[in-house]
Design a protein around this ligand. Structure first.
Ligand code: ADP
Length: 656
């Protein structure tokens, strides 16, 4: 194929294969991209759907809690202290009065104050007298007497306890420790509803005194425990007293178990104190909180609103009172309510990751709807749950197909490129071959003609010159026939028509014939040929002419590429069951890189010196073919500028 044809083939290939595959790549990438965008969009939609579902469920749950709490609360309106929240998630229930939030202990105190103010005057006057004796006059004995008297007045349980507490205190001051402790012990056992004006159970005061004196650790511990269990949200003051008691017990309790239990209780009290403090903050921020959808303070509004509040995140909402008076405020711990929603509902099946509540307005998340202003949810999944589905499988499929198509295309392109390159090289060699052969034919023909014409003129005195001319003509025509033989044989080989006529022949005879043939040109050029033939080589079945032609080719090459050297060796020997015909020179040698190619047809080493030496690149391919046809091979050992040795290895039949 001509180089132009080759180029056309490459262009066609590019159009037919590379271009479509590029289009395919572009389309596939676009498709994968679209798939990804689609899955992102689906996931965004899914998140929205999920968050609105969460919002609805949350609302249902919170409104249920609200209703339950209100129902329970209003069924016992005056007993806030004993009131237990029905739902464990509830952290605060307070009443709103004139735009002010009243916390549980404040509601309680109000009722106590009413009690006190409606108390008996005889009791209160006795108490006042006693306090005068105790604090102003320091008459402890008289004060004790007056406190005792006040206890005998008709009175409420709280008043007796108060008098007894005062009595215990004054007795302690007077040094009647035992008696004082007996009274304190009695007060310690009073129920927690018996409180002072601050709503603090009197028993706690007794506990402080008893602990200071290092007695009644166990009873005080029980007292604190039951106080924590029976009250919902004691006042801050009461909590601080409880904390002090727990601290003392944890530090100086009589034994390890008391100290450990007290330590635990201390931690619980601290948690509750942080609740109380958040409740106080809520109270002071209450006026600024927007707890209705329109921003107006209308708790009767149809749409319930839950807003996040505080570091611990409470969800706070207003609710109209069932009895129609002042509204109530309800706070629920968000961290408690959300997990129960996420685990107990069908949501957990839809979304396998984690769901977080966010209160930061800047944070990225999905809004929970108009009922939860300022509240968002974030979905934390290991990966986009939608793209983890069948879509990614599509993506993989596209990619694999694309890779397959591309690799097939590239492989095809590589094969074609290799083929084209080889063809181009052969084409180039062939054209070189034509010019080399013409040149090689021309040289001997010119010589033959010149010498023949000189002979025809017949003006020779010296018969030696005439002989020499004739010898040259014979030699040149022999060279011509060697060249033509090479070309003809090569063409036969190419067409698969070359037949070797193998008969048992002595290698020594062939080698000697070849040496004889070359003798004239060798001596003409001043070469010395060393011939060595081992004697014990049996006859081998060879095509005599072909083998001689191979040896002649090697000898001709040795002459052509000898450079300055004039020594050539021709040896026949036996080695490892083979007969070896070796032709060696001390000439230009062959580069290791070139050695792999010199047996290819038309191949010529392309050094400038080499270009000047006539040749068609057919000699060695023929030698290789002949050796192979005889079941052998040809090898070369060569060092640049040192010389080369070519050896034909022929198997000895008797040994092989
Ligand atoms: P030609 O001799 O006609 O170029 P050949 O096929 O006989 O073709 O040889 C191929 C190439 O091998 C030569 O061009 C030459 O470069 C290299 N070559 C062959 N024989 C020798 C040798 N004895 N010493 C150095 N180079 C050689």
């Amino acid at each position: 194929m001509s180089p132009r044809g080759q180029r056309k083939q490459v262009v066609l290939f590019l159009i037919a294969v590379i271009f479509p595959s590029l289009v395919l790549v572009a389309l596939t990438l676009r498709m994968i991209n679209q798939e990804r965008e689609l899955s992102e969009k689906r996931w965004t939609e899914e998140r929205r759907r999920l968050s609105s579902e969460i919002g609805q469920q949350l609302l249902v749950r919170l409104e249920k809690i609200k209703l339950e709490e209100m129902g329970a609360l209003e069924s016992q309106p005056e007993k806030h202290r004993e009131y237990h929240y029905v739902n464990p998630e509830v952290v605060l229930v307070g009443r709103v009065e004139q735009n002010r939030l009243l916390l549980p202990w404040e509601l309680d105190r109000r009722s106590k104050e009413v009690n006190r103010s409606s108390g008996e005057t005889r009791f209160t006057s006795k108490i006042r007298q006693a306090e005068e004796e105790e604090f102003l006059k320091k008459q402890f004995a008289r004060a004790a007497e007056l406190y005792r008297e006040s206890m005998n007045e008709p009175r409420l349980q709280g008043q007796v306890a108060f008098a007894r507490l005062s009595l215990a205190r004054v007795l302690a001051k007077a040094g009647h420790t035992r008696e004082a402790q007996a009274h304190y012990r009695e007060i310690l056992l009073l129920p927690s509803e018996v409180t002072d004006e601050q709503g603090i159970p009197l028993s706690l005061y007794a506990a402080v005194h008893l602990l200071e004196r290092g007695v009644e650790h166990q009873t005080v511990l029980q007292r604190i425990t039951s106080e924590l269990e029976t009250t919902i949200l004691p006042s801050p003051a009461e909590f601080y007293i409880l904390r002090g008691l727990a601290e003392t017990l944890a530090r100086s309790g009589p034994d390890g178990s008391v100290r450990a239990v007290a330590g635990n209780i201390h931690r619980r009290i601290l948690e509750r104190i942080s609740h109380v403090e958040q409740a106080l903050e809520l109270q002071s921020d209450f006026a600024h909180l927007v707890l209705t959808p329109s921003g107006r303070r209308e708790p009767q509004s149809r749409e319930p609103v839950w807003v996040p509040y505080g570091e611990e995140t409470w969800l706070v909402s207003l609710t109209p009172s069932l009895t129609g008076s002042q509204p109530w405020l309800l706070a629920v711990q968000a961290s408690e309510i959300l997990p129960s929603l996420a685990t107990g509902s069908p949501l957990s099946k839809t979304f396998p990751g984690k769901i977080h509540l966010l209160t930061d307005r800047e944070a990225e998340g999905e809004s929970l709807g108009p009922n939860f202003p300022g509240l968002k949810v974030a979905f934390v999944a290991q990966k986009n749950p939608i793209s983890a589905g069948p879509w990614s499988l599509h993506g993989y499929f596209y990619l694999v197909t694309l890779l397959l198509v591309l690799s097939v295309t590239l492989f095809g392109a590589y094969l074609l490129w290799r083929d084209v390159r080889r063809e181009l090289r052969v084409a180039e060699m062939r054209s070189q071959f034509v010019s080399s052969v013409s040149h090689e034919l021309k040289t001997p023909l010119t010589a033959i003609r010149m010498f023949a014409e000189t002979l025809r003129m017949g003006r020779f005195e010296n018969p030696r010159i005439k002989d020499e001319y004739l010898a040259t003509i014979v030699n040149e025509s022999e060279r011509l026939s060697r060249l033509l033989n090479n070309v003809l044989d090569f063409s036969k080989i190419e067409r698969g028509k070359k037949i070797y006529d193998r008969k048992p022949t002595s290698l020594a005879g062939i080698v000697e014939a070849a040496a004889r043939t070359m003798q004239y040109p060798l001596t003409q050029l001043g070469f010395k040929l060393d011939v060595e033939v081992e004697n014990d080589i049996p006859p081998i079945r060879v095509d005599r002419d072909a083998m001689e032609q191979a040896i002649l080719n090697l000898l001709t090459n040795a002459m052509k590429y000898s450079g300055e050297s004039r020594r050539i060796g021709l040896r026949v020997k036996r080695q490892n069951g083979h007969a070896l015909i070796e032709v060696s020179d001390e000439g230009v040698g062959i580069d290791a890189k070139e050695q792999a190619h010199i047996f290819e047809k038309f191949y010529r080493v392309s050094t400038p010196d080499n270009q000047l030496i006539p040749g068609a690149g057919l000699g060695l391919p023929l030698v290789a073919h002949i050796a192979k046809a005889h079941g052998g091979r040809v090898e070369v050992r060569s060092t640049p500028r040192r010389g080369s040795t070519f050896s034909i290895h022929l198997p000895l039949e008797s040994e092989g």
